[in-house]
Structures are given as C-alpha cells and as structure tokens.
Write a protein that binds this ligand. Structure first.
Ligand SMILES: [Mg+2]
Length: 230
C-alpha cells in the first residue's frame, strides 16, 4: 500500500529536545542561584536529578512544571510564584536553543512532494507553536495535532484515529515517525499504522514493544525507505 500520509513526533524526532532540556535546566539552576545565593546551581541540579520520576524504557520526561517546583522545594523554596517564574525561565531558555534534528528539513521538503505530512505530538500548545515558529516548521506540517488541544495523547488509538480523520487517510496508508517505543511505535501499531523508529544510538528494542516496520539512525534515511527510488 503506498504511503499517503506521514505523521511526525516532535521531541527528539524533528527537534533535539534532550539537548535543549539540559541547557534549560542549567540556565534555571543559575537563575535559582541568582535569586537565592545560598543555593548553589549544583544543588538545584542535584535536587532535580534525585526526583522520583516516572520513566519508561525509552523516554524520560524532563522539565515539567511540577518537577521544577519539586526540585525547588527540595532546596527549601516552596513559593508557588517562584516555581512558576523558574518554570517560565526554563521554558524560555530551552526554546531559545532548540534546534532541528539532522535531516529534518530535507525530509519534510521531500515528503511534502509525495504525501500529506503532519505532526502528532504529546505536549503543550504554546511550546509546540513556539518551537515550530522558531524553526520554520509551521508551513511544513499540516495537519498539526497536539495532545493538550485534542485532550488525547499517544499511545491512545483515538489520538491516531483523529489524525487519520484530519488527513483523510486510512491506517494502511499512514506512517508514524518517532523516537519513543512506548508512545510512538506501540501507539502506531495499536492503531494499525506502520511505523518508523528513529533510533540514533542504535539501542536495542526491549521485546515488550512491537517491531517497527522500519528503523533509521537519522532522518536522512527516511525519504528513500518511504518512497524508494524507481
Ligand atoms: Mg519523542
């Protein structure tokens, strides 16, 4: 079945989320120290690293508002207004340094000549929109589905179904590209789509997850697997 639509995950698929999150956290630690000189930047970072964190096999969730607040509380700061200000500082710092993953723009331009190209992203509308406008992605992705707005998130098959409705395609001719085995690959297979696992480090796939249809180390490899040259 030819591919008629490709949906992309955003974080660590189209954009280098992990690198930007680390910069954001370090900038926030410096800001905490500036605000409360008795708290060294390293103390905030250690408090953050020591937080109990819901982790899946392949994905750590960084930098949610409550994580920043909890790290501050562990340093003895439990003012909600400060926590909000530090979270805003974190987001601003992170979004200032966000960059595209290698091959992203080339892949998007190529795919748009052949099929519908959309975004299927778990996250906040404001961070997604800021990221897209900073990196010039806005005109390149349509439809755009963001979990906060749709009140559904990957791997829920209803989120995938909604993407099909918006693209006007079916599960057989739609592909998801993502880095997360639990949200992207398991979600795509649960909805009957095909999947491409972006696996830059060449990590092993734990057997609990479905086998992706394709696996690539970078987005440079994407065009030729979805639309092989004749
Ligand atoms: Mg991701």
């Amino acid at each position: 079945m030819p591919v008629r639509a490709v949906f992309f995950d955003m974080d660590d698929t189209l954009v280098d989320y992990t690198a930007s999150a680390h910069v954001g956290l370090h900038e926030t630690a410096l800001e905490v120290h500036a605000l409360v000189p008795e708290i060294p930047a390293g103390a905030f970072l250690r408090a953050y690293e020591n937080l109990p964190r819901a982790m899946t096999h392949d994905r750590a969730t960084h930098g949610s508002q409550h994580q920043i607040a909890d790290a501050l509380a562990a340093c003895g700061i439990d003012k909600p207004r400060t926590a909000r200000a530090m979270y805003d500082h974190y987001l601003k710092s992170r979004l200032e340094v966000i960059t595209l993953m290698p091959g992203a723009i080339e892949a998007l331009h190529f795919l748009r000549q052949h099929c519908t190209v959309g975004l299927l992203s778990n996250g906040l509308v404001r961070t997604r929109q800021t990221t897209m406008s900073r990196l010039g992605l806005q005109g390149l992705l349509d439809p755009v589905l963001i979990s906060e707005q749709e009140m559904l998130e990957k791997p829920d098959p209803r989120f995938f179904q909604r993407a099909l409705t918006r693209a006007g395609t079916g599960p057989d001719d739609t592909v998801l590209v993502g880095d997360s085995l639990s949200a992207d690959i398991a979600g795509a297979h649960g909805a009957g789509w095909r999947s491409v696992w972006l696996n830059p480090s060449g990590a092993n796939r734990p057997p609990a997850y479905p086998v992706p249809d394709w696996q690539i180390r970078s987005l440079h490899g994407l065009p030729s697997i979805l639309f092989p040259p004749e």
